[in-house]
Design a protein around this ligand. Structure first.
Ligand code: PEP
Ligand code: MN
Length: 386
C-alpha cells in the first residue's frame, strides 16, 4: 500500500464514522422533537407591550411549556415548546386580551402557513383584489424608459384588460454597465401613467434605503428574484404600508420563498403576494425553467396569493402566451407580463416582451380560460361555505 492509499482508507473510515454519528444525531433530534410535542405559535395583537408579552410567558410556563423564541417587532410571535395539557394551555392563553391567536404549527414558516389560516388571503389594491374572485393581470415594460414609452404601454395594456401597470424604475442588472433605471424620474412617469389610465402601479424596490421613496409612488412593492433573501429589505418592507410582491429567487426552494414571505409578515405587513418567475436549471433553451407545479404546491402550503411571471420564466415572447394559459389553468391568482410598445427597441428584456397587439391577442385568447378559472373559484367558495 502506498502512502496515499493508506490515507484514503483512513479517510474512508472517518467518513463512515461521521455518517454513523450524523444518523445517530438525527434520530436523537427526532426523538427530542417527539418528546417536546408540536410547537405552538402565539401571535400577539399589534404593538403589544413588553409587560403583556411577559404575562403571556408566565401563563405558558404555568402550564409546563417553555417560550422558545420571541420574534417580530410590531407584531410579536411567541414560539412555545414543551409537553403539557395543550388544550388547557391554548384556551387559557387565547383568552388573554393581548393575544390575537394561538395555533399549533409544525411548518417553519408560521404566519404564511396554511396551518395559520385555511382560506385565501385577499389583498385590496386601488379598488381591485388580488387573491379574490378576479384573475389579475399586471403588465408593462421591464423598465420605464421614457414618457412616451410608459404612456403608450399603460394605455395599451389597460385597453386590453390589465389591472396593474408594471415598470422598473430601479433595475437590478447583471452588468454594472447596463442601464440601471430612471430612478425617481421613472417613478414620476409611473405616477403620470396611473393618473391617465387608473392602473395601479407595481415597481421594484432593491434597497431598504429606497423603501419610503418608492412607497410614495407604488401601489405594490416588487422584490426581485435577486433580492428574495435580502433580509434587511424584507424587514423594512414589513413597515412600508404597501402590499409586497415577492419574486422567487432563481435558486430558491419554495420553503425559502415562504421563509422570506414570513420575514415581511412577522415584521408587520401581512400583505404579501408570491411570484413564480422560473428557476435556474441545466436547461438553456429557455431563460429559466418555469416551475409551474410550484403554484398548486404553494397553494397547499400557504394562504398567500400566487402570481405567475411567464416572461422571466421563459425569456422568449413566443412562449409567453402558452405559459400564461398554463398559469390560469393551474390556479394562479394572476400574471405579471412584460409588454413594450416597441420590443425591438427595449433597453431591457426586449426578447421576452410582447408588443401591444400580441398582448391584446393573448388577453383575448385567455378570456375563456379565465372564465373557467372564475367558475372554479366560485365552486371553491361554495364548498368552503358548506
Ligand atoms: C423584472 O421583473 O423585470 C425582474 C428583474 O424580474 P426578476 O427579479 O424576476 O428577475
Ligand atoms: Mn425584466
Amino acid at each position: 500500500m502506498t502512502h496515499s492509499q493508506v490515507e484514503w482508507v483512513f479517510c474512508f473510515g472517518a467518513e463512515e464514522k461521521n455518517e454513523h454519528r450524523d444518523r445517530r444525531v438525527q434520530s436523537t433530534k427526532r426523538a427530542e422533537a417527539r418528546r417536546k410535542g408540536t410547537p405552538m405559535i402565539i401571535s400577539m395583537r399589534l404593538h403589544a407591550t413588553r409587560q403583556e408579552i411577559d404575562e403571556v410567558r408566565q401563563q405558558v410556563e404555568h402550564f409546563g411549556y417553555k417560550v422558545h423564541s420571541i420574534e417580530g417587532e410590531e407584531r410579536v410571535v411567541i414560539g412555545v415548546v414543551g409537553v403539557g395539557d395543550v388544550t388547557a394551555c391554548m384556551e387559557s392563553v387565547e383568552a388573554m386580551p393581548q393575544v390575537e391567536k394561538v395555533v399549533r404549527i409544525s411548518a417553519p414558516y408560521k404566519f404564511v402557513s396554511k396551518e395559520f389560516r385555511a382560506g385565501r388571503t385577499r389583498i385590496r389594491v386601488n379598488g381591485i383584489e388580488i387573491g379574490g374572485d378576479e384573475f389579475i393581470v399586471m403588465a408593462g415594460p421591464c423598465s420605464v424608459e421614457s414618457e412616451k414609452q410608459i404612456m403608450q404601454a399603460a394605455e395599451g395594456v389597460a385597453r386590453a384588460g390589465a389591472k396593474m401597470l408594471r415598470g422598473g424604475a430601479f433595475k437590478p442588472r447583471t452588468s454594472p454597465y447596463d442601464f440601471q433605471g430612471m430612478e425617481v424620474e421613472g417613478l414620476k412617469l409611473l405616477q403620470k401613467a396611473k393618473k391617465a389610465t387608473g392602473l395601479a402601479i407595481i415597481t421594484e424596490v432593491m434597497s431598504d434605503r429606497d423603501v419610503d421613496l418608492i412607497a410614495e409612488y407604488a401601489d405594490v412593492m416588487q422584490v426581485g428574484a435577486r433580492n428574495m433573501q435580502n433580509f434587511v429589505l424584507l424587514k423594512a418592507l414589513g413597515k412600508c404600508g404597501r402590499p409586497v410582491l415577492l419574486k422567487r429567487g432563481m435558486s430558491s426552494t419554495m420553503k425559502e420563498l415562504l421563509m422570506s414571505a414570513e420575514y415581511v409578515v412577522a415584521h408587520g405587513n401581512p400583505e404579501v403576494i408570491l411570484c413564480e418567475r422560473g428557476i435556474r436549471t441545466f436547461e438553456t433553451a429557455t431563460r429559466n425553467t418555469c416551475d409551474i407545479a410550484a403554484i398548486p404546491a404553494l397553494n397547499e402550503l400557504t394562504h398567500l396569493p400566487i402570481i405567475l411571471d411567464p416572461s422571466h420564466a421563459t425569456g422568449r415572447r413566443s412562449l409567453v402566451p402558452a405559459v400564461a394559459r398554463a398559469g390560469v389553468a393551474i390556479g394562479a391568482d394572476g400574471l405579471i407580463v412584460e409588454v413594450h410598445p416597441a420590443p425591438e427597441k427595449a433597453i431591457s428584456d426586449g426578447a421576452q416582451s410582447l408588443d401591444l397587439a400580441q398582448f391584446e391577442k393573448m388577453m383575448r385568447d385567455l378570456a375563456p380560460y379565465i372564465e373557467l378559472w372564475g367558475a372554479s373559484r366560485k365552486g371553491e367558495a361554495l364548498a368552503a361555505a358548506k
